[in-house]
Design a protein. Structure first.
Length: 228
């Protein structure tokens, strides 16, 4: 279970996230929705432990975030973190020692599944191929919590379909929770168990996806359009 209590984040005098309290059950596929500037990326960075909150706290399995618990979190940012002069093989060889329990067989299986060859240069990869490579890195390591920040950003329809198929096939791992922020709600909402909606840095809604469908009679796309 991942929890936040009165979580807040400021950059200087600018309040990015304010008083967010939520609890995401273990094994859930949770969508984080909101307009640009709503605080989605900041929330995922806080959940990953890569930035410190100004107020409040994050808990994983009821324990505060520490160096040890951060090792069980796989975070995929919405920016391109790759060194263009490397090959895929060189990049993976560089990263593997940083992730305890790195699964080389799983890595190779995902590379084959996603159509990526180790000898290719990072510089020659398309945005869609880079997005696929991020998935390899995320799912080749054992983790309790997987955080994907806008994984469909700037990529073509074919790559989006491949990524969605991979998410469906790879999730859930044993005791694994997946949190995904995205603007492409319609393509991914059928996978969601939980929905978080942010607006102006505040939590507007956190609800089970099935409850939204059954009690409100709305798809997640319709809910988003209604509330934003």
């Amino acid at each position: 279970m991942i929890e936040t209590r009165s979580l807040g984040k400021c950059y200087g005098k600018r309040q990015i996230l304010e008083d967010v309290t939520l609890s995401i059950p273990t094994g859930s596929f949770c969508l984080v929705l909101g307009q640009n500037g709503s605080g989605k990326s900041t929330l995922l960075r806080l959940l990953a432990g890569v930035t410190e909150p100004t107020s409040g706290a994050v808990f994983l399995d009821r324990r505060p975030m520490t160096v040890a618990t951060k090792q069980t979190v796989a975070w995929c940012p919405d920016v391109d973190p790759f060194a263009p002069e490397m090959t895929i093989d060189e990049l993976l060889a560089f990263l593997a020692p940083f992730f305890p329990g790195w699964r080389e067989e799983k890595c190779q299986s995902l590379l084959s599944l996603l159509g990526l060859e180790r000898e290719r240069s990072i510089a020659e990869l398309s945005e869609g191929e880079k997005a696929r490579l991020k998935l390899v890195i995320v799912f080749a390591r054992p983790s309790k919590l997987v955080l994907l920040d806008d994984p469909f950003k700037g990529i073509d329809r074919e790559s989006r379909k491949i990524i969605l198929d991979t998410l469906f096939d790879e999730f859930p791992g044993e005791g694994q929770t997946l949190v995904v922020s995205t603007h492409l709600i319609k393509e991914i909402e059928h996978l969601a168990d939980e929905v978080i909606l942010l607006g102006g840095g505040r939590l507007l809604l956190h609800e089970q996806a099935e409850k939204i469908r059954s009690e409100r009679g709305l798809s997640l796309t319709e809910l988003y359009d209604e509330m934003i």
